[in-house]
Design a protein around this ligand. Structure first.
Ligand code: KE4
Length: 420
């Protein structure tokens, strides 16, 4: 870590990996397989981070390894169109029918940044609505903090983000449909797009309240605003058709990432053909990327998607997720501690609080110190849990019931230690 810090800010290439939120030095990993990951000292951990979502099959699934290896024999970057990219676009359209056309990119950030530019270009409007606690990558317009009043325009969420970049961004409380209706009543005709995590994962997991997503669909349609579902985390994770399938909502645009790259860098955005056709070179809205549609990454993504059926591994992951959720709740009850477990299939977060966690404010009100202590106990016991209260933990098809029970037991020990 000292050597890393001399060349990489914070010693990492993405802040969450620094363990700043939980303290201590992060393990440096060298190899992984199935549900396990191993650090430089040879310590093996059960992995519930899974690269923050991509590895729904676990590490080094044979089909993904084979696909990357065979593509490598053909070439690593072509600088021109390939049939592989078309195949991935067609596969995404088949699994997510609202994505009539698709543009592949290299990250979730690029996907959401580009979808927002397309929505603004297509509508000729500027206003963007997002929700506090939702993370859509780090493009300027999205690094916005809620303004003073609920429906005032945003403040820069980071140094380096000019006020002008967020002057058209409005940040509302998640799950608060009244706040959205009020904002649209005032400025709806000026809203280019509303972007939402249909199941939030970046304040910890926070599922949508009943009617919330349908309400967003109705309001955006009524005012002619583009509804963008950021399914970078939920896509192919909460169901093969994503959250939009689970909740039967048809967004205008969808952003994807993580699972569709099978562990390699792939993002995508897509949706209504009348919108997507406005993208360069067919239309005027510019968007580009040197390695977009990289054959290696696309081969990995196709192989990963090829392992997903309408029911599996989702039924298995639901059983494991339920077992974990109930186990954690039982341990908390046995130790007399208030606990909320928010879960959607194989993505879940525990919060040490007695109040339901329904938005960023209620998530942030949980006992972050106890989270830190329990995280440390899990890591010490050989379980790699996401090192932040505001992340989702993930299960994969390589996890077993016995391993879930082990996590539950270690969680109980962590509670004891935190009560010590
Ligand atoms: P990337 O640019 O990191 O590929 O994707 C950004 C993004 C967009 N939308 C959603 C819903 C996301 O969850 C993400 C990225 N998620 C974080 C985990 N909370 C990535 C982990 C990290 O930043 O290192």
């Amino acid at each position: 870590m000292e050597r890393a810090r001399r060349v990489l800010p914070g010693g990492v290439n993405s802040p969450v990996r620094s363990f700043r939120a939980v303290g201590g030095t992060p393990p440096f990993f060298v190899r992984a397989r199935g549900p396990f990951i191993v650090d430089v000292d040879g310590n093996r951990y059960l992995d519930l981070v899974l690269a923050y979502g991509p590895l729904i099959l676990g590490h080094l699934h044979p089909a993904v390894v084979a696909a990357i290896s065979s593509q490598l024999a053909l070439g690593e970057a072509m600088g021109g169109p390939t049939e592989l990219e078309v195949e991935l676009g067609e596969r995404i359209r088949q699994l997510v029918p609202s994505m009539e056309m698709v543009r592949l990119v290299n990250s979730g950030t690029e996907a959401t940044m580009s979808a927002i530019r397309l929505a603004r270009g297509a509508t000729g409007r500027d206003l963007l609505v997002k929700f506090a606690g939702c993370y859509h990558g780090h493009s300027d317009a999205l690094l916005a903090a809620a303004g003073s009043g609920v429906a005032t325009l945003a403040l820069p969420g980071s140094p380096g983000v000019p006020e002008a970049s967020v002057a058209d961004t409005m940040v509302l409380p998640y799950n608060d449909l009244d706040a959205v209706a009020e904002a649209f009543a005032r400025v709806g005709e000026r809203v280019a797009a509303l972007i939402v995590e249909p199941v939030a994962g970046n304040m910890g997991v926070v599922p949508p309240r009943a009617g919330f997503l349908a309400g967003l669909r109705e309001l955006t349609s009524r005012y002619g605003a583009i509804l963008i579902f950021d399914e970078v985390m939920t896509g192919f994770r909460v169901a093969r058709g994503g959250a939009q399938d689970l909740f039967a909502i048809r967004p205008d645009l969808t952003c994807l990432g993580k699972v569709i790259g099978g562990g390699l860098p792939v993002g995508a955005f897509g949706g209504r053909a009348d919108l997507m056709r406005q993208l360069a070179p067919e239309g005027q809205v510019y968007q580009a990327g040197t390695l977009s549609g990289s054959p290696l990454a696309v081969a990995a993504g196709l192989a990963a998607l090829g392992q997903l059926t309408p029911t599996e591994p989702y039924a298995q992951l639901e059983r494991l997720g339920q077992r974990l959720e109930l186990g954690l709740l039982e341990q908390a009850r046995d130790h007399g501690l208030p606990l909320q477990v928010n879960r959607m299939g194989s993505m879940l977060t525990f919060f040490f609080t007695s109040a339901p966690v329904v938005d960023y404010a209620s998530a942030a009100a949980s006992d972050l110190n106890r989270f830190r202590q329990v995280h440390g106990a899990l890591l010490k016991g050989g379980v790699f849990w996401p090192p932040s209260q505001f992340e989702a933990a993930f299960l994969c098809a390589a996890h077993t019931q016995a391993q879930i029970d082990q996590v539950v037991a270690l969680f109980g020990e962590g509670l004891e230690r935190s009560l010590g």
